[in-house]
Design a protein around this ligand. Structure first.
Ligand code: ATP
Ligand code: MG
Length: 583
Protein backbone atom coordinates (compact mmCIF):
# COMPACT_ATOMS: atom_id res chain seq x y z
CA UNK A 1 0.00 0.00 0.00
CA UNK A 2 1.54 3.33 -0.98
CA UNK A 3 2.00 5.91 1.76
CA UNK A 4 -0.82 8.47 1.71
CA UNK A 5 1.49 11.34 0.93
CA UNK A 6 2.32 9.82 -2.46
CA UNK A 7 -1.34 9.58 -3.38
CA UNK A 8 -2.97 12.33 -5.41
CA UNK A 9 -6.37 11.03 -4.41
CA UNK A 10 -6.66 12.21 -0.85
CA UNK A 11 -6.12 15.18 1.38
CA UNK A 12 -6.10 15.62 5.12
CA UNK A 13 -8.37 18.54 5.99
CA UNK A 14 -5.88 19.64 8.67
CA UNK A 15 -3.29 20.23 5.94
CA UNK A 16 -5.72 21.27 3.23
CA UNK A 17 -6.83 24.79 2.34
CA UNK A 18 -10.53 24.76 3.19
CA UNK A 19 -12.10 27.31 5.50
CA UNK A 20 -15.87 27.31 5.82
CA UNK A 21 -17.64 30.32 7.23
CA UNK A 22 -21.00 31.27 8.66
CA UNK A 23 -20.73 34.64 7.02
CA UNK A 24 -22.75 35.21 3.90
CA UNK A 25 -21.46 37.98 1.63
CA UNK A 26 -23.83 40.95 1.53
CA UNK A 27 -24.08 40.75 -2.25
CA UNK A 28 -24.96 37.04 -2.37
CA UNK A 29 -28.45 37.02 -3.88
CA UNK A 30 -28.62 33.41 -5.01
CA UNK A 31 -28.12 30.16 -3.17
CA UNK A 32 -25.14 28.98 -5.23
CA UNK A 33 -23.25 32.16 -4.40
CA UNK A 34 -24.12 31.90 -0.69
CA UNK A 35 -23.17 28.23 -0.49
CA UNK A 36 -19.93 28.57 -2.46
CA UNK A 37 -18.88 31.44 -0.21
CA UNK A 38 -19.86 29.61 2.98
CA UNK A 39 -18.19 26.40 1.85
CA UNK A 40 -14.97 28.36 1.33
CA UNK A 41 -14.95 27.61 -2.41
CA UNK A 42 -14.68 31.13 -3.72
CA UNK A 43 -13.17 34.34 -2.40
CA UNK A 44 -13.95 37.71 -3.90
CA UNK A 45 -10.97 39.82 -4.88
CA UNK A 46 -12.89 42.62 -6.62
CA UNK A 47 -16.38 42.95 -8.15
CA UNK A 48 -16.92 39.89 -10.36
CA UNK A 49 -13.36 38.64 -9.80
CA UNK A 50 -12.88 35.56 -7.64
CA UNK A 51 -10.27 33.15 -6.42
CA UNK A 52 -11.28 29.54 -6.92
CA UNK A 53 -10.16 27.98 -3.66
CA UNK A 54 -8.86 24.38 -3.86
CA UNK A 55 -12.31 22.78 -3.49
CA UNK A 56 -13.72 24.83 -6.38
CA UNK A 57 -10.59 24.20 -8.42
CA UNK A 58 -11.16 20.47 -8.05
CA UNK A 59 -14.77 20.71 -9.24
CA UNK A 60 -13.68 22.87 -12.17
CA UNK A 61 -11.07 20.19 -12.90
CA UNK A 62 -13.82 17.55 -13.06
CA UNK A 63 -15.84 19.74 -15.34
CA UNK A 64 -12.83 20.40 -17.58
CA UNK A 65 -12.27 16.66 -17.93
CA UNK A 66 -15.93 16.10 -18.89
CA UNK A 67 -15.80 18.98 -21.37
CA UNK A 68 -12.56 17.74 -22.93
CA UNK A 69 -13.83 14.19 -23.29
CA UNK A 70 -17.00 15.32 -25.07
CA UNK A 71 -15.27 17.90 -27.25
CA UNK A 72 -12.67 15.36 -28.36
CA UNK A 73 -15.49 12.92 -29.18
CA UNK A 74 -16.96 15.61 -31.42
CA UNK A 75 -13.61 15.87 -33.23
CA UNK A 76 -12.40 18.93 -31.34
CA UNK A 77 -8.69 19.74 -31.11
CA UNK A 78 -7.49 21.66 -28.07
CA UNK A 79 -5.24 24.70 -28.18
CA UNK A 80 -4.67 27.73 -25.96
CA UNK A 81 -4.80 31.25 -27.32
CA UNK A 82 -3.56 34.42 -25.61
CA UNK A 83 -5.89 36.25 -23.25
CA UNK A 84 -4.47 39.62 -24.32
CA UNK A 85 -5.38 40.54 -27.87
CA UNK A 86 -4.18 43.41 -30.09
CA UNK A 87 -6.77 46.07 -30.95
CA UNK A 88 -5.79 45.81 -34.62
CA UNK A 89 -7.60 42.45 -34.94
CA UNK A 90 -10.74 43.92 -33.41
CA UNK A 91 -10.49 46.87 -35.76
CA UNK A 92 -10.35 44.45 -38.68
CA UNK A 93 -13.54 42.71 -37.57
CA UNK A 94 -15.20 46.03 -36.75
CA UNK A 95 -15.82 45.06 -33.12
CA UNK A 96 -13.34 47.51 -31.56
CA UNK A 97 -16.04 50.18 -31.97
CA UNK A 98 -19.02 47.85 -31.70
CA UNK A 99 -18.34 45.84 -28.57
CA UNK A 100 -18.81 48.72 -26.15
CA UNK A 101 -17.88 48.95 -22.51
CA UNK A 102 -17.79 45.22 -21.76
CA UNK A 103 -14.46 45.14 -23.59
CA UNK A 104 -11.59 45.79 -21.18
CA UNK A 105 -9.18 47.91 -23.17
CA UNK A 106 -5.54 48.08 -22.19
CA UNK A 107 -2.61 50.16 -23.44
CA UNK A 108 0.97 48.92 -23.27
CA UNK A 109 4.15 50.98 -22.65
CA UNK A 110 4.41 51.72 -26.37
CA UNK A 111 0.92 53.23 -26.34
CA UNK A 112 -0.39 50.30 -28.36
CA UNK A 113 -4.00 49.26 -27.74
CA UNK A 114 -4.94 45.79 -26.57
CA UNK A 115 -7.90 44.17 -24.92
CA UNK A 116 -8.37 41.31 -22.50
CA UNK A 117 -10.30 38.79 -24.60
CA UNK A 118 -14.02 38.48 -23.86
CA UNK A 119 -14.20 35.90 -26.67
CA UNK A 120 -11.78 34.73 -29.37
CA UNK A 121 -13.33 34.91 -32.85
CA UNK A 122 -10.73 37.44 -34.00
CA UNK A 123 -7.71 35.59 -32.65
CA UNK A 124 -8.75 32.19 -33.98
CA UNK A 125 -9.65 33.63 -37.39
CA UNK A 126 -6.24 35.29 -37.52
CA UNK A 127 -4.58 32.00 -36.62
CA UNK A 128 -6.46 29.95 -39.17
CA UNK A 129 -6.04 32.43 -42.03
CA UNK A 130 -2.31 31.99 -41.63
CA UNK A 131 -2.34 28.20 -41.78
CA UNK A 132 -5.35 27.06 -43.74
CA UNK A 133 -5.41 27.62 -47.47
CA UNK A 134 -7.18 24.68 -49.03
CA UNK A 135 -10.48 22.85 -48.82
CA UNK A 136 -8.39 19.74 -48.07
CA UNK A 137 -7.57 21.09 -44.60
CA UNK A 138 -11.25 21.50 -43.68
CA UNK A 139 -13.39 21.13 -41.60
CA UNK A 140 -11.56 22.07 -38.38
CA UNK A 141 -12.92 22.28 -34.83
CA UNK A 142 -10.60 24.04 -32.38
CA UNK A 143 -11.32 24.56 -28.72
CA UNK A 144 -9.70 25.95 -25.59
CA UNK A 145 -10.48 26.35 -21.91
CA UNK A 146 -9.45 29.80 -20.90
CA UNK A 147 -9.98 32.84 -18.72
CA UNK A 148 -12.10 35.57 -20.28
CA UNK A 149 -12.78 39.08 -19.12
CA UNK A 150 -15.99 41.00 -19.70
CA UNK A 151 -16.56 44.25 -17.87
CA UNK A 152 -20.18 43.38 -17.08
CA UNK A 153 -22.40 46.33 -16.03
CA UNK A 154 -23.73 44.31 -13.12
CA UNK A 155 -21.44 41.51 -12.06
CA UNK A 156 -23.43 39.38 -9.60
CA UNK A 157 -24.43 35.94 -8.41
CA UNK A 158 -20.80 35.00 -7.69
CA UNK A 159 -19.31 32.95 -10.52
CA UNK A 160 -22.55 33.03 -12.48
CA UNK A 161 -22.04 36.54 -13.82
CA UNK A 162 -18.46 37.40 -13.12
CA UNK A 163 -16.17 39.77 -14.95
CA UNK A 164 -13.28 37.32 -15.05
CA UNK A 165 -14.49 33.80 -15.79
CA UNK A 166 -13.51 30.47 -17.30
CA UNK A 167 -14.97 29.54 -20.64
CA UNK A 168 -14.62 26.62 -22.96
CA UNK A 169 -14.80 28.26 -26.36
CA UNK A 170 -14.69 26.43 -29.66
CA UNK A 171 -14.55 27.57 -33.26
CA UNK A 172 -15.16 25.60 -36.42
CA UNK A 173 -14.21 26.31 -40.04
CA UNK A 174 -15.91 24.90 -43.11
CA UNK A 175 -16.16 24.92 -46.88
CA UNK A 176 -19.97 24.77 -46.87
CA UNK A 177 -23.08 25.50 -44.82
CA UNK A 178 -23.76 21.78 -44.85
CA UNK A 179 -20.41 20.98 -43.27
CA UNK A 180 -21.03 23.71 -40.68
CA UNK A 181 -24.42 22.20 -39.85
CA UNK A 182 -22.84 18.74 -39.37
CA UNK A 183 -20.25 20.04 -36.91
CA UNK A 184 -22.85 22.23 -35.23
CA UNK A 185 -24.93 19.11 -34.61
CA UNK A 186 -21.89 17.27 -33.23
CA UNK A 187 -21.08 20.11 -30.83
CA UNK A 188 -24.70 20.33 -29.69
CA UNK A 189 -24.56 16.59 -29.04
CA UNK A 190 -21.31 17.11 -27.10
CA UNK A 191 -23.00 19.81 -25.02
CA UNK A 192 -25.88 17.47 -24.23
CA UNK A 193 -23.27 14.87 -23.24
CA UNK A 194 -21.56 17.38 -20.96
CA UNK A 195 -24.71 18.55 -19.19
CA UNK A 196 -26.00 14.98 -18.92
CA UNK A 197 -22.69 13.92 -17.38
CA UNK A 198 -23.06 16.79 -14.88
CA UNK A 199 -26.57 15.46 -14.06
CA UNK A 200 -28.13 18.81 -14.85
CA UNK A 201 -31.74 19.41 -15.75
CA UNK A 202 -31.41 21.57 -18.86
CA UNK A 203 -33.04 22.45 -22.13
CA UNK A 204 -31.76 23.61 -25.52
CA UNK A 205 -33.52 26.68 -26.87
CA UNK A 206 -33.41 28.95 -29.90
CA UNK A 207 -31.46 32.10 -29.14
CA UNK A 208 -30.60 35.52 -30.43
CA UNK A 209 -27.12 35.84 -31.92
CA UNK A 210 -26.29 39.08 -30.04
CA UNK A 211 -23.00 40.88 -30.54
CA UNK A 212 -21.28 37.69 -31.73
CA UNK A 213 -23.40 37.74 -34.90
CA UNK A 214 -24.40 35.00 -37.33
CA UNK A 215 -27.49 33.28 -38.60
CA UNK A 216 -28.62 30.64 -36.14
CA UNK A 217 -27.98 30.11 -32.49
CA UNK A 218 -28.99 27.93 -29.57
CA UNK A 219 -28.60 28.25 -25.84
CA UNK A 220 -28.37 25.52 -23.24
CA UNK A 221 -30.40 26.55 -20.24
CA UNK A 222 -30.20 24.96 -16.82
CA UNK A 223 -33.68 25.32 -15.40
CA UNK A 224 -33.68 27.27 -12.14
CA UNK A 225 -36.01 29.83 -10.63
CA UNK A 226 -33.04 32.13 -10.04
CA UNK A 227 -32.03 32.07 -13.73
CA UNK A 228 -31.49 35.42 -15.41
CA UNK A 229 -33.03 34.26 -18.69
CA UNK A 230 -36.68 33.65 -19.45
CA UNK A 231 -37.52 30.77 -21.75
CA UNK A 232 -40.80 29.90 -23.45
CA UNK A 233 -41.53 26.37 -24.53
CA UNK A 234 -44.34 24.42 -26.11
CA UNK A 235 -45.28 21.02 -24.77
CA UNK A 236 -47.24 20.21 -27.89
CA UNK A 237 -44.52 20.58 -30.55
CA UNK A 238 -41.28 21.00 -28.60
CA UNK A 239 -40.58 24.59 -29.71
CA UNK A 240 -38.38 26.32 -27.13
CA UNK A 241 -36.75 29.73 -27.26
CA UNK A 242 -35.22 32.42 -25.14
CA UNK A 243 -37.85 35.18 -24.84
CA UNK A 244 -35.24 37.49 -26.37
CA UNK A 245 -35.64 35.45 -29.53
CA UNK A 246 -39.12 33.87 -29.30
CA UNK A 247 -41.17 34.68 -32.38
CA UNK A 248 -44.73 35.94 -32.17
CA UNK A 249 -47.18 33.91 -34.26
CA UNK A 250 -47.17 35.09 -37.87
CA UNK A 251 -50.92 35.54 -38.24
CA UNK A 252 -51.85 39.09 -37.33
CA UNK A 253 -55.35 37.71 -37.12
CA UNK A 254 -55.40 37.53 -33.33
CA UNK A 255 -57.56 40.62 -33.80
CA UNK A 256 -58.66 42.24 -30.62
CA UNK A 257 -62.07 43.83 -30.56
CA UNK A 258 -62.43 47.17 -32.24
CA UNK A 259 -61.31 50.20 -30.28
CA UNK A 260 -64.86 51.13 -29.28
CA UNK A 261 -65.64 53.55 -32.10
CA UNK A 262 -64.81 53.94 -35.72
CA UNK A 263 -64.70 57.70 -35.76
CA UNK A 264 -61.46 59.34 -34.71
CA UNK A 265 -62.13 61.43 -31.65
CA UNK A 266 -59.84 63.20 -29.20
CA UNK A 267 -60.43 62.68 -25.48
CA UNK A 268 -58.93 64.72 -22.65
CA UNK A 269 -56.72 62.54 -20.45
CA UNK A 270 -55.04 65.03 -18.10
CA UNK A 271 -51.97 63.53 -16.48
CA UNK A 272 -52.85 59.97 -17.58
CA UNK A 273 -49.78 58.33 -19.04
CA UNK A 274 -49.77 54.67 -18.19
CA UNK A 275 -51.70 52.02 -20.10
CA UNK A 276 -53.65 51.21 -16.94
CA UNK A 277 -54.75 54.81 -16.39
CA UNK A 278 -55.56 55.44 -20.06
CA UNK A 279 -57.42 52.15 -20.42
CA UNK A 280 -59.66 53.06 -17.47
CA UNK A 281 -60.27 56.63 -18.69
CA UNK A 282 -61.09 55.60 -22.27
CA UNK A 283 -63.13 52.56 -21.28
CA UNK A 284 -60.95 50.33 -23.50
CA UNK A 285 -59.06 47.15 -22.65
CA UNK A 286 -55.25 47.47 -22.79
CA UNK A 287 -55.37 45.17 -25.83
CA UNK A 288 -57.53 47.74 -27.62
CA UNK A 289 -54.86 50.42 -27.23
CA UNK A 290 -51.70 51.09 -29.18
CA UNK A 291 -48.76 52.01 -27.00
CA UNK A 292 -46.07 54.12 -28.63
CA UNK A 293 -42.57 54.48 -27.22
CA UNK A 294 -39.68 56.56 -28.45
CA UNK A 295 -36.30 54.86 -28.79
CA UNK A 296 -32.93 56.11 -29.88
CA UNK A 297 -31.30 53.71 -32.30
CA UNK A 298 -27.62 54.57 -32.62
CA UNK A 299 -28.64 58.05 -31.46
CA UNK A 300 -31.51 58.57 -33.96
CA UNK A 301 -35.16 58.72 -32.76
CA UNK A 302 -37.46 55.87 -33.77
CA UNK A 303 -41.03 55.46 -32.55
CA UNK A 304 -42.22 51.93 -31.78
CA UNK A 305 -45.87 50.93 -31.52
CA UNK A 306 -47.12 47.75 -29.85
CA UNK A 307 -50.52 46.70 -28.57
CA UNK A 308 -51.26 48.11 -25.10
CA UNK A 309 -51.02 44.69 -23.46
CA UNK A 310 -47.66 43.88 -25.11
CA UNK A 311 -44.07 44.87 -24.37
CA UNK A 312 -41.35 45.87 -26.82
CA UNK A 313 -38.58 43.30 -27.29
CA UNK A 314 -35.56 45.57 -27.60
CA UNK A 315 -33.42 42.84 -29.12
CA UNK A 316 -35.93 42.27 -31.92
CA UNK A 317 -36.09 46.03 -32.39
CA UNK A 318 -32.31 46.32 -32.57
CA UNK A 319 -32.18 43.48 -35.12
CA UNK A 320 -35.05 44.92 -37.20
CA UNK A 321 -33.32 48.29 -37.34
CA UNK A 322 -29.88 46.72 -37.85
CA UNK A 323 -28.75 49.04 -35.07
CA UNK A 324 -25.74 48.62 -32.80
CA UNK A 325 -27.53 50.04 -29.81
CA UNK A 326 -31.14 50.93 -29.00
CA UNK A 327 -32.31 52.59 -25.84
CA UNK A 328 -35.48 54.20 -24.59
CA UNK A 329 -35.36 57.98 -25.08
CA UNK A 330 -35.53 60.13 -21.96
CA UNK A 331 -38.30 62.69 -21.42
CA UNK A 332 -36.31 65.57 -22.89
CA UNK A 333 -35.48 63.60 -26.04
CA UNK A 334 -39.14 62.60 -26.43
CA UNK A 335 -40.26 66.25 -26.29
CA UNK A 336 -37.50 67.30 -28.65
CA UNK A 337 -38.31 64.69 -31.28
CA UNK A 338 -42.11 64.65 -31.10
CA UNK A 339 -43.16 67.89 -29.40
CA UNK A 340 -45.23 65.78 -26.98
CA UNK A 341 -44.48 64.66 -23.43
CA UNK A 342 -43.71 61.03 -22.61
CA UNK A 343 -46.90 59.00 -22.21
CA UNK A 344 -48.87 60.79 -24.92
CA UNK A 345 -47.27 59.52 -28.13
CA UNK A 346 -49.29 57.72 -30.79
CA UNK A 347 -49.23 56.73 -34.45
CA UNK A 348 -51.79 59.40 -35.43
CA UNK A 349 -50.15 62.74 -36.23
CA UNK A 350 -46.70 61.65 -35.07
CA UNK A 351 -43.88 64.03 -36.07
CA UNK A 352 -43.31 63.16 -39.75
CA UNK A 353 -39.54 62.95 -39.49
CA UNK A 354 -39.73 60.24 -36.80
CA UNK A 355 -39.96 56.77 -38.37
CA UNK A 356 -42.66 54.57 -36.83
CA UNK A 357 -42.08 50.84 -36.50
CA UNK A 358 -45.21 48.94 -35.54
CA UNK A 359 -45.64 45.42 -34.26
CA UNK A 360 -47.64 42.90 -36.32
CA UNK A 361 -50.06 42.26 -33.46
CA UNK A 362 -51.09 45.94 -33.38
CA UNK A 363 -52.06 45.60 -37.03
CA UNK A 364 -54.90 43.28 -36.07
CA UNK A 365 -56.78 46.12 -34.35
CA UNK A 366 -59.76 47.31 -36.42
CA UNK A 367 -59.69 50.53 -34.44
CA UNK A 368 -57.79 51.55 -31.36
CA UNK A 369 -57.09 54.14 -28.70
CA UNK A 370 -53.68 55.87 -28.62
CA UNK A 371 -51.80 58.98 -27.53
CA UNK A 372 -52.57 62.17 -29.46
CA UNK A 373 -48.99 63.48 -29.62
CA UNK A 374 -49.87 66.39 -27.33
CA UNK A 375 -50.06 66.75 -23.60
CA UNK A 376 -53.10 65.38 -21.77
CA UNK A 377 -54.92 63.97 -24.80
CA UNK A 378 -55.59 60.59 -26.39
CA UNK A 379 -57.53 59.43 -29.44
CA UNK A 380 -60.19 56.76 -29.63
CA UNK A 381 -61.43 55.20 -32.87
CA UNK A 382 -58.07 55.41 -34.67
CA UNK A 383 -57.63 53.16 -37.69
CA UNK A 384 -54.57 51.98 -39.59
CA UNK A 385 -54.62 53.16 -43.17
CA UNK A 386 -57.14 55.92 -42.63
CA UNK A 387 -55.45 57.73 -39.71
CA UNK A 388 -51.94 56.37 -39.51
CA UNK A 389 -49.44 54.30 -41.46
CA UNK A 390 -46.22 52.99 -39.96
CA UNK A 391 -42.92 53.16 -41.80
CA UNK A 392 -42.67 49.40 -41.35
CA UNK A 393 -44.42 46.44 -39.74
CA UNK A 394 -42.29 43.93 -37.89
CA UNK A 395 -42.29 41.36 -35.12
CA UNK A 396 -41.23 43.62 -32.26
CA UNK A 397 -42.95 42.32 -29.18
CA UNK A 398 -41.85 40.23 -26.27
CA UNK A 399 -43.47 36.79 -26.32
CA UNK A 400 -44.54 35.48 -22.92
CA UNK A 401 -45.96 32.37 -21.33
CA UNK A 402 -49.66 32.12 -22.26
CA UNK A 403 -49.03 33.37 -25.82
CA UNK A 404 -49.71 30.97 -28.66
CA UNK A 405 -46.78 28.90 -29.96
CA UNK A 406 -45.42 30.35 -33.23
CA UNK A 407 -45.09 26.83 -34.67
CA UNK A 408 -48.27 25.02 -33.67
CA UNK A 409 -50.54 27.52 -31.89
CA UNK A 410 -50.71 25.64 -28.56
CA UNK A 411 -50.12 27.70 -25.42
CA UNK A 412 -46.52 28.51 -24.51
CA UNK A 413 -45.18 27.96 -21.02
CA UNK A 414 -42.59 30.22 -19.48
CA UNK A 415 -39.76 29.22 -17.18
CA UNK A 416 -36.47 30.64 -16.01
CA UNK A 417 -33.05 29.35 -16.91
CA UNK A 418 -29.33 29.88 -16.47
CA UNK A 419 -27.58 30.07 -19.82
CA UNK A 420 -24.63 27.70 -19.50
CA UNK A 421 -23.80 27.17 -23.16
CA UNK A 422 -24.31 29.02 -26.40
CA UNK A 423 -23.75 27.83 -29.97
CA UNK A 424 -23.70 29.99 -33.11
CA UNK A 425 -23.63 29.40 -36.83
CA UNK A 426 -21.52 32.41 -37.66
CA UNK A 427 -21.24 32.12 -41.41
CA UNK A 428 -18.63 34.43 -42.93
CA UNK A 429 -18.96 37.42 -40.60
CA UNK A 430 -15.36 37.23 -39.33
CA UNK A 431 -13.70 35.41 -42.21
CA UNK A 432 -14.99 37.90 -44.78
CA UNK A 433 -14.04 40.93 -42.67
CA UNK A 434 -10.61 39.51 -41.88
CA UNK A 435 -9.78 37.91 -45.22
CA UNK A 436 -9.72 34.30 -44.05
CA UNK A 437 -10.40 32.15 -47.09
CA UNK A 438 -9.76 28.79 -48.73
CA UNK A 439 -9.40 27.63 -52.29
CA UNK A 440 -11.86 25.03 -53.58
CA UNK A 441 -11.25 22.10 -55.96
CA UNK A 442 -11.25 24.44 -58.92
CA UNK A 443 -8.84 26.92 -57.38
CA UNK A 444 -11.46 29.59 -56.62
CA UNK A 445 -11.19 31.40 -53.27
CA UNK A 446 -14.07 31.73 -50.76
CA UNK A 447 -14.33 33.02 -47.20
CA UNK A 448 -14.30 30.28 -44.57
CA UNK A 449 -17.70 29.43 -43.09
CA UNK A 450 -17.54 29.48 -39.32
CA UNK A 451 -19.30 28.31 -36.19
CA UNK A 452 -18.53 29.17 -32.57
CA UNK A 453 -19.49 27.50 -29.34
CA UNK A 454 -19.16 28.79 -25.76
CA UNK A 455 -19.66 27.10 -22.40
CA UNK A 456 -19.11 28.74 -19.02
CA UNK A 457 -17.36 26.50 -16.51
CA UNK A 458 -17.88 28.62 -13.41
CA UNK A 459 -21.46 29.28 -14.38
CA UNK A 460 -22.09 25.57 -14.91
CA UNK A 461 -20.63 24.79 -11.49
CA UNK A 462 -22.89 27.44 -9.93
CA UNK A 463 -25.90 26.12 -11.88
CA UNK A 464 -25.19 22.62 -10.56
CA UNK A 465 -25.43 23.98 -7.01
CA UNK A 466 -28.66 25.84 -7.82
CA UNK A 467 -30.13 22.46 -8.72
CA UNK A 468 -28.44 20.37 -6.04
CA UNK A 469 -28.67 21.70 -2.50
CA UNK A 470 -30.83 21.65 0.60
CA UNK A 471 -31.13 23.87 3.67
CA UNK A 472 -27.88 22.42 5.03
CA UNK A 473 -25.64 22.95 2.03
CA UNK A 474 -24.44 21.65 -1.30
CA UNK A 475 -25.28 18.13 -2.54
CA UNK A 476 -22.69 17.47 -5.24
CA UNK A 477 -23.62 15.14 -8.05
CA UNK A 478 -20.74 12.66 -7.95
CA UNK A 479 -19.25 13.63 -11.35
CA UNK A 480 -18.70 17.21 -10.14
CA UNK A 481 -17.89 16.50 -6.50
CA UNK A 482 -14.51 17.87 -5.42
CA UNK A 483 -13.96 14.65 -3.49
CA UNK A 484 -15.93 11.42 -3.64
CA UNK A 485 -15.73 10.51 0.01
CA UNK A 486 -15.50 12.54 3.18
CA UNK A 487 -13.88 10.47 5.91
CA UNK A 488 -14.63 11.99 9.30
CA UNK A 489 -12.65 11.13 12.38
CA UNK A 490 -14.86 12.22 15.26
CA UNK A 491 -12.30 11.95 18.04
CA UNK A 492 -8.87 12.43 16.49
CA UNK A 493 -7.30 12.56 19.93
CA UNK A 494 -8.50 9.04 20.69
CA UNK A 495 -5.64 6.78 19.61
CA UNK A 496 -7.88 3.91 18.41
CA UNK A 497 -10.08 6.25 16.37
CA UNK A 498 -7.08 7.97 14.85
CA UNK A 499 -5.40 4.71 13.93
CA UNK A 500 -8.59 3.26 12.40
CA UNK A 501 -9.29 6.48 10.48
CA UNK A 502 -5.74 6.63 9.14
CA UNK A 503 -6.03 3.04 8.04
CA UNK A 504 -9.31 3.65 6.20
CA UNK A 505 -7.86 6.75 4.59
CA UNK A 506 -4.86 4.86 3.26
CA UNK A 507 -7.00 1.96 2.11
CA UNK A 508 -9.47 4.17 0.23
CA UNK A 509 -6.69 6.22 -1.37
CA UNK A 510 -5.00 3.03 -2.44
CA UNK A 511 -8.21 1.97 -4.16
CA UNK A 512 -8.20 5.19 -6.15
CA UNK A 513 -10.97 6.85 -4.17
CA UNK A 514 -10.77 10.64 -3.82
CA UNK A 515 -10.95 11.19 -0.08
CA UNK A 516 -11.08 14.31 1.99
CA UNK A 517 -10.08 13.19 5.47
CA UNK A 518 -11.49 15.38 8.22
CA UNK A 519 -8.77 14.79 10.79
CA UNK A 520 -9.20 18.24 12.34
CA UNK A 521 -9.31 18.68 16.07
CA UNK A 522 -12.85 20.08 16.02
CA UNK A 523 -16.11 19.26 17.82
CA UNK A 524 -18.34 16.65 16.09
CA UNK A 525 -21.07 19.29 15.62
CA UNK A 526 -18.69 21.49 13.64
CA UNK A 527 -17.59 18.53 11.53
CA UNK A 528 -21.12 17.43 10.72
CA UNK A 529 -22.20 20.95 9.79
CA UNK A 530 -19.17 21.39 7.56
CA UNK A 531 -19.79 18.00 5.98
CA UNK A 532 -23.34 18.98 5.05
CA UNK A 533 -22.23 22.38 3.80
CA UNK A 534 -19.41 21.13 1.59
CA UNK A 535 -21.64 18.39 0.20
CA UNK A 536 -19.28 15.52 -0.59
CA UNK A 537 -21.53 12.67 -1.79
CA UNK A 538 -20.40 9.88 0.57
CA UNK A 539 -19.56 10.24 4.22
CA UNK A 540 -17.75 7.69 6.35
CA UNK A 541 -17.64 8.49 10.06
CA UNK A 542 -15.32 6.92 12.60
CA UNK A 543 -16.31 7.63 16.21
CA UNK A 544 -15.12 6.27 19.54
CA UNK A 545 -18.42 4.67 20.65
CA UNK A 546 -19.29 2.86 17.44
CA UNK A 547 -15.70 1.82 16.91
CA UNK A 548 -15.81 0.12 20.31
CA UNK A 549 -18.64 -2.00 18.79
CA UNK A 550 -16.44 -2.59 15.73
CA UNK A 551 -18.55 -0.29 13.57
CA UNK A 552 -18.29 2.85 11.46
CA UNK A 553 -21.09 4.88 9.96
CA UNK A 554 -21.75 5.32 6.24
CA UNK A 555 -24.18 7.82 4.75
CA UNK A 556 -25.01 9.57 1.50
CA UNK A 557 -25.17 13.36 1.50
CA UNK A 558 -28.38 13.27 -0.56
CA UNK A 559 -30.55 11.43 2.00
CA UNK A 560 -28.33 11.77 5.10
CA UNK A 561 -29.50 8.32 6.29
CA UNK A 562 -26.93 6.72 8.55
CA UNK A 563 -25.94 3.07 8.20
CA UNK A 564 -23.80 1.33 10.80
CA UNK A 565 -21.41 -1.10 9.12
CA UNK A 566 -18.66 -3.36 10.42
CA UNK A 567 -15.21 -1.74 10.15
CA UNK A 568 -13.97 -4.68 8.14
CA UNK A 569 -16.54 -3.92 5.43
CA UNK A 570 -16.04 -0.16 5.38
CA UNK A 571 -13.90 -0.01 2.25
CA UNK A 572 -16.03 -2.43 0.21
CA UNK A 573 -19.28 -0.80 1.27
CA UNK A 574 -17.89 2.64 0.42
CA UNK A 575 -16.85 1.43 -3.01
CA UNK A 576 -20.27 -0.18 -3.45
CA UNK A 577 -22.08 3.03 -2.62
CA UNK A 578 -19.94 4.93 -5.12
CA UNK A 579 -20.90 2.85 -8.11
CA UNK A 580 -24.64 3.65 -8.31
CA UNK A 581 -23.76 7.35 -8.02
CA UNK A 582 -21.38 6.95 -10.93
CA UNK A 583 -23.91 5.10 -13.07
P1 ATP B 1 -25.16 36.38 -21.07
O1 ATP B 1 -26.32 36.64 -21.97
O2 ATP B 1 -25.51 35.60 -19.84
O3 ATP B 1 -24.33 37.60 -20.80
P2 ATP B 1 -23.60 35.75 -23.32
O4 ATP B 1 -24.61 35.48 -24.36
O5 ATP B 1 -22.93 37.05 -23.26
O6 ATP B 1 -24.21 35.41 -21.89
P3 ATP B 1 -21.68 34.04 -24.59
O7 ATP B 1 -20.96 35.17 -25.22
O8 ATP B 1 -22.49 33.17 -25.44
O9 ATP B 1 -22.54 34.58 -23.36
O10 ATP B 1 -20.64 33.20 -23.73
C1 ATP B 1 -20.64 31.78 -23.68
C2 ATP B 1 -20.84 31.25 -22.28
O11 ATP B 1 -19.95 31.88 -21.37
C3 ATP B 1 -22.21 31.54 -21.71
O12 ATP B 1 -23.14 30.58 -22.14
C4 ATP B 1 -21.95 31.44 -20.22
O13 ATP B 1 -21.95 30.10 -19.79
C5 ATP B 1 -20.54 31.98 -20.09
N1 ATP B 1 -20.55 33.38 -19.66
C6 ATP B 1 -20.82 34.48 -20.39
N2 ATP B 1 -20.72 35.59 -19.66
C7 ATP B 1 -20.36 35.19 -18.41
C8 ATP B 1 -20.09 35.87 -17.19
N3 ATP B 1 -20.15 37.19 -17.12
N4 ATP B 1 -19.74 35.13 -16.11
C9 ATP B 1 -19.66 33.79 -16.18
N5 ATP B 1 -19.91 33.10 -17.29
C10 ATP B 1 -20.25 33.77 -18.41
MG1 MG C 1 -23.06 38.62 -21.99
Amino acid sequence: MPPPSSSLMGHRWSRYYLYTTREVPGDAEVVSHRLMARAGMIKKLAAGIYTYAPLARRTIGKLEAIVRAEMEKAGGVELLMPAIQPASLWQESGRWEQYGKELLRIRDRHQRDFCFGPTHEEVVTDLVRGDVKSYRQLPILLYQIQTKFRDEVRPRFGLMRGREFLMKDAYSFHTSEESLRETYELVCRAYRGIFDACRLDYTMVEADTGSIGGSSSHEFMVLASTGESAVVSCRACGYAANVEKAEAPKSAAQAAAGGGADELRQVATPGLRTIGEVSKALGLEPRELVKTLLYEADGKPVAVAVRGDHEVNEIKLQNALAATEVRLADDAAVERATGAPTGFLGPVGLAPDVPLWADHAARGLASFGCGANRADAHYVGAQWGRDAEPTAWADLRLVRGGDPCPRCGATLEESRGIEVGHTFMLGVKYSAAMGAGFTDERGATHPLIMGCYGLGLGRTMAAAIEQNHDEHGIIWPLPLAPFQVLLVSLNPNDEAVRRQSDELYDALCARGVEVLYDDRDERPGVKFNDADLVGIPIRLVVGGKSLARGEVELSLRRDREKHAIPVAEAVTKTLESLSPLEG
